[in-house]
Design a protein around this ligand. Structure first.
Ligand SMILES: [Zn+2]
Length: 307
């Protein structure tokens, strides 16, 4: 029970046994042991492996507990594979495969990196050096998009990521980002921390012309930049403005005319009041107009038709 509590507090797997704990001025050192797992050769996947020797002492960084860095010391066995005659070290799955850190610390560093924090702050938060954060950041990569779908949907959203400016030597926060979606599979193709048409054109021009000509439909809102990108980069594609923005634009046009007519009337004119409160009626369904606005409707219609 005591082992379980210690492991739980330290964020260690249940299989680990803490043999010794030493508290230093600003970090803790734990000496641990763990049971042997399946012997599978990482080179040829053979299970015909024997212990070569008890290995060497191995030290890794672990997730900070109560803002104190934690160092784990352990002994890892060395195995010999009889099939390929190569050796390899015991490597439990809670250790990071390439860095000298635990998987829990790796996850915590990745979570910290999603926030608007400097690398130094991320390193301090997790009780590691900046070089470890750099190494972890370098391992994060995303596949580049190689081909374009037949239907592209594009829209902007408010985000808070930043891009590194080598000229200004600092991170520049991008207020708006662009989301590019495969309209056929409804999956995200890419997210760009830019919204300017020139940047989007530059991005799409990375794809060869035959790929861009393969795009048949380009869906966007009425943002001029998005439309100009389609005309310039996807000349073969049909530009589809989504329904929401079409209806919104029509409603805005009707509202604009109503306000214009209203301004031409004196506030004492009976039609003034009718027009002022008629916006809902003008955008309502015909069935609702008949039911709710049967008295107002003819007068407002007359005013609008005469304009
Ligand atoms: Zn092998």
């Amino acid at each position: 029970m005591a082992t379980k509590i210690v492991n739980s507090l330290a964020g260690l797997p249940a299989e680990v046994t803490v043999k010794k704990l030493v508290k230093r001025s600003n970090y803790d050192e734990l000496w641990i042991s763990f049971p042997e797992s399946e012997r599978i050769c990482p080179h040829c996947s053979s299970q015909d492996c024997i212990i070569k020797d008890s290995g060497k002492n191995y030290t890794v960084y672990h997730s900070a507990v109560h803002h104190r860095s934690t160092h784990l010391h352990m002994q890892r066995k060395r195995y010999y594979c009889k099939s390929c005659r190569r050796t390899f070290m015991q490597h439990p799955d809670w250790l990071h495969p390439t860095l000298h850190i635990t998987q829990l610390l790796h996850i915590n560093i990745c979570l910290s990196l999603t926030k608007m924090l400097s690398l130094r702050t991320v390193a301090e938060e997790n009780g590691v050096s900046e070089s470890i954060v750099y190494s972890d950041l370098d391992l994060i990569s995303f596949d580049t998009v190689k081909s374009l779908p037949q239907t592209i949907a594009i829209d902007e959203f408010k985000g808070d990521s930043s891009t590194w400016s080598s000229d200004r030597q600092r991170w520049i926060k991008a207020k708006y980002h662009t989301n590019i979606i495969d309209g056929d599979s409804r999956s995200v193709i890419d997210i760009l921390p830019v919204i300017r048409a020139s940047d989007l054109k530059k991005y799409f021009r990375q794809f060869p012309k035959h790929e861009r000509d393969n795009v048949h439909f380009y869906c966007c809102d009425m943002h001029n930049g998005f439309v100009s990108v389609a005309r310039d980069v996807f000349p073969q594609a049909v530009i589809c403005i989504d329904m929401f923005h079409v209806i919104k634009h029509l409603n805005d046009c009707v509202s604009k005319i109503r306000r214009q007519l209203q301004r031409e009337l004196e506030p004492t004119d009976p039609d003034y009041k009718l027009l002022k409160g008629s916006m809902r009626m003008l955008i309502a369904k015909q069935s609702s107009i008949d039911a709710k606005y049967d008295q107002k409707a003819p007068v407002v219609k007359k005013r609008l038709i005469n304009c």
